[in-house]
Design a protein around this ligand. Structure first.
Ligand code: 2U9
Length: 344
């Protein structure tokens, strides 16, 4: 039996050596150590041995079994290692290949213009404030001296949600809300950019949705000359140091007196050309001293406090600055149009 065990050990170790893959090694394990394997068969015959022989053969059988198992485990590990390496090689990634380009978006031109104007006014101590696009009739009209039935409401026909709720027609309700949230004796310096809506038929110069930036400065002793100085600075910073401004009398229900501001035409330097319709001037924004009624409605005493306000359309400013011929280009998402400004 001893010889038989030694022979089986030799045979098994030989087969382990020859095994090429995990199936081969599995087959060796089953053939020698399995329930019906050769070593198990030999051990089964131990019953026929004498009392003295049994422990000797038993010990040898265990040694042989352990030796075969150790050889199998070592070979298994080796094969697994080789297979893993082969797999890694097959799945290797060439890290030197150039990456796929990532398309980086850019700011919409209107966002860039708005941010440029915001930065200028932040530098003058103004705060940027935003408010809801769905507004109450009160904040959109009443608080701005546009009571129900006022003829100027017709020019700001809007999209109504209910009789009292509408899409805001300007960003002025943000100023009205800010003023009313204070207790009537705090100075205010704020600008409010945002989307506004008017019921309009879209064409090259009209859009039912456009953007606005409005500004408000309320304090004791705020004068028209402060307004003029601020607007002059704005025009020179945004359009160029060589630009002149001119104020013309105008009318807005929320300011009194009211003005419209023109800048000198850059194309003809004031001589007159097709861009400025041969006037030498281009209209940029509206402004004025806050109407005493508006101050009063917001809880400010108009004998103590005065203020100026202004409003402009970034759409129009972008069109003038870059010679854009159609307001609809801002809203129709043609990437070729929008991309032109990413380097600007
Ligand atoms: C309060 C008081 C006064 C805001 C003002 C204008 C003049 C103005 C238009 C220009 C072109 C808007 O984009 S546009 O259509 N705006 O002319 N806006 S003064 O006056 C205010 C606002 C709020 C409480």
């Amino acid at each position: 039996m001893k010889e038989q065990l030694h022979a089986l050990e030799q045979e098994a170790l030989e087969k382990v050596k020859d095994a090429e893959n995990l199936q081969d090694i599995q087959a060796v394990q089953v053939a020698y150590l399995g329930r019906k394997g050769s070593i198990t068969e030999v051990l089964r015959g131990m019953g026929k041995l004498s009392k003295e022989e049994r422990p000797v053969i038993g010990e040898l059988a265990n040694k042989v079994r352990t030796a075969i198992k150790a050889a199998i485990d070592a070979k298994k590990e080796k094969i697994e290692q080789v297979e893993l390496e082969q797999q890694l090689q097959k799945e290797a990634i060439d890290v030197t290949l150039p990456g796929r380009p990532v398309h980086i978006g850019g700011k919409h031109i209107l966002t860039s213009i708005i941010e440029e104007i915001e930065d200028l006014f932040i530098g003058l101590g103004y705060e940027v404030r935003e408010g809801p696009e769905v507004e109450t009739d009160y904040f959109n009209f009443e608080a701005l001296n546009l009571p129900k039935g006022h003829p100027a409401r017709d020019m700001q026909d809007s999209f109504y949600i209910t009789n009292e709720l509408l899409l805001r027609t300007h960003t002025s309700p943000v100023q009205a809300r800010t003023m009313q949230s204070l207790d009537g004796n705090e100075p205010i310096r704020m600008i409010c950019p945002g989307k506004v809506y008017r019921r309009d038929n879209d064409d090259a110069t009209h859009s039912h949705q456009f953007t606005q930036i409005e500004g408000l400065y309320v304090d004791k002793n705020v004068r028209m000359s402060d307004l003029k100085g601020t607007l002059n600075l704005f025009a020179k910073k945004i359009f160029g140091e060589d630009r002149e401004i001119r104020l013309r009398p105008s009318f807005f229900p929320f300011t009194e007196p009211s003005v419209e501001m023109d800048i000198s035409c850059k194309v003809c330097a004031g001589e007159g050309c097709s861009v400025c319709k041969h006037t030498g001037w281009i209209e940029i924004l509206g402004a004025g001293m806050v109407h005493p009624k508006v101050l009063e409605m917001a809880g400010y005493d108009p004998h103590e406090y005065t203020g100026f306000a202004f409003g402009m359309g970034p759409d129009r400013i972008a069109m003038l600055k870059y010679g854009i011929d159609d307001i609809r280009r801002f809203y129709t998402d043609d990437i070729r149009f929008l991309k032109q400004f990413h380097e600007a």
